[in-house]
Ligand binder design. Structure first.
Ligand code: PLP
Length: 460
């Protein structure tokens, strides 16, 4: 059957998908009895599936990616023109969109100046890890090679990024992992570690990082890799006092601060990057998802000039960053990213994220006032979560089957929301929201009304 006839025959598409596509993060057994959902069209905040059903998308393509919304012809047109003119050349050479996007991007990131192109968030993080390791070899006799990561954070799906993964259910069954990655405690005050809760929680959670550095030996620790706001681990906005101490600790022990902006980047929290909400100055920033809003595969590992200069040594044959990403040379990525950035700027989508984020949070707060099942509402900008508990006093999590029931009920109502999925053992109990940054007040109300209904239906 040719492509045209498949397109015209929904049941043939469903059968081809069922027979041949191995879906991400999916247990396929139920597909023996039910149809896989095929998404065929998107416009603005909305997508349509192959049955013709319309949905409002509260998670920007499922995983917080389509920041500027669906159907942006200006991105598609620019990519088409560029691909016809010059589609690809290996990244050892430059391209016009590569140079232009890098310049526009670092204008938004004072203190950072070098952009290394790759294709996915995992890959960008791997680049950063390799930089840290090579710096250790070149400048610290191989010693300063350890990379610290935080409990509940996620940095990708490859073996190295899972080695830096603080979500045990993502890691389970994929070991053994790479050595030299060391975990530090999470900073979710709602689930504060024994005796840490209270006014000084932020300082205590940061102090725990210093304790790990001292335990491991500061001369062995090269970098600290953190999400600015933990995403899939439960939407964790670090508490007051945390970031100041983290920055201080990194400077004190000459530890590079690597911020993973794969989710928070490009306006998601209301500023260009999540770290800019907290007044910190990272050494390395990685980003993917919203960089081109899913219109092309692109990720970036952005560094300071100081980090870049550590590789500028022509007396050492092996001393430059001997890394390549084949598709980091595809011009579709930076071309789409450039148009995406222009849209965010022109339409002030960061400003809209901040404004609509307030509405989202206050609507979720109203749901909390109404339903005893909501333990906490967290988030910043159009990036929010609600943690569901069976009992507010004991904070016992609602069972994940109920959480997934709420997601399914919203889907029935035509609203796509997210939830923690095989993330933190026993704590996959947070509903996730990250609508496109173009969301209006009506869109937000439509989303939260469905959530309110779904909680009543599933939990009573
Ligand atoms: N970092 C964070 C914070 C993420 O949430 C993700 C993916 O969800 C990644 C990295 C990995 O990105 P990718 O799936 O593009 O490899």
């Amino acid at each position: 059957m040719d492509i045209q006839s498949l397109t015209n025959d929904p049941s043939a598409v469903i059968e081809a998908d069922r027979a041949h596509v191995w879906h991400h993060l999916t247990q396929h057994k139920p597909f023996e009895a039910i149809d896989p959902q095929i998404i065929v069209e998107g416009k603005g905040m909305r997508v349509w599936d192959i049955t013709g059903k319309e949905h409002i998308d509260a998670v920007s393509g499922g995983v917080w990616t389509v920041n500027v919304g669906y159907g942006r012809t200006e991105i598609a047109d620019a990519v088409r023109d560029q691909l016809v003119k010059m589609c690809y050349f290996a990244g050892a050479k430059g391209t016009i969109p590569g140079a232009e996007f890098a310049q526009r991007l670092v204008e938004k990131m004072p203190g950072l100046s070098r952009v290394y192109y790759a294709n996915s968030g995992s890959e960008a993080n791997e680049k950063a890890f390799k930089m840290v390791r090579q710096i250790a070899h070149k400048h610290y006799g191989g010693k300063k090679h350890k990379i610290l990561y935080r409990d509940r954070d996620y940095h990708g799906t490859t073996i190295a990024t899972l080695s830096a993964g603080g979500q045990q259910e993502r890691n389970a069954q994929y070991g053994p992992f790479a050595p030299g990655f060391v975990e530090v405690p999470h900073c979710l005050e709602y689930r504060a570690q024994d005796g840490w809760a209270g006014e000084t929680y932020g300082e205590k959670a940061a102090q725990a990082i210093e304790d790990v550095i001292l335990r491991e030996g500061p001369d062995t620790v090269g970098a600290l890799c953190l999400e600015p706001i933990t995403a899939g681990g439960g939407i964790i906005v670090p508490p007051k006092g945390y970031w100041e101490r983290v920055q201080e600790i990194c400077r004190k022990y000459d530890v590079l601060l690597h911020i993973d902006e794969v989710v928070c980047g490009l306006g998601r929290t209301g500023t260009w990057f999540g770290y800019q909400q907290f007044g910190i100055q990272p050494d390395i920033v990685t980003m993917a998802k919203g960089v081109a809003s899913g219109y092309a595969a692109i990720s970036c590992c952005v560094t300071t000039e100081r980090v870049f200069d550590l590789f500028k040594d022509d007396t050492d044959r092996m001393g430059y960053f001997r890394d390549i990403s084949t598709f980091g040379g595809c011009t579709a990525g930076p071309t789409a990213a450039l148009e995406n950035l222009k849209i965010i700027e022109k339409e002030d989508l960061g400003g809209n994220s901040a404004k609509m984020g307030e509405r989202l949070k206050s609507n979720l707060q109203a749901i909390m006032d109404k339903h005893r099942w909501v333990g906490e509402v967290r988030g910043m900008g159009l990036f929010a979560g609600i943690e569901l508990v069976a009992d507010r006093d004991t904070k016992e999590p609602v069972h994940e089957s109920k959480v997934m029931g709420i997601v399914a009920d919203c889907m029935k109502q035509g609203v796509i929301i997210g939830a923690q999925n095989r993330s933190v053992p026993g704590f996959n109990n947070t509903l996730l929201f990250a609508p496109a940054l173009i969301a209006t007040a009506d869109d937000i109300d439509e989303i939260t009304t469905a959530v309110d209904n779904a909680i009543t239906t599933v939990l009573g």
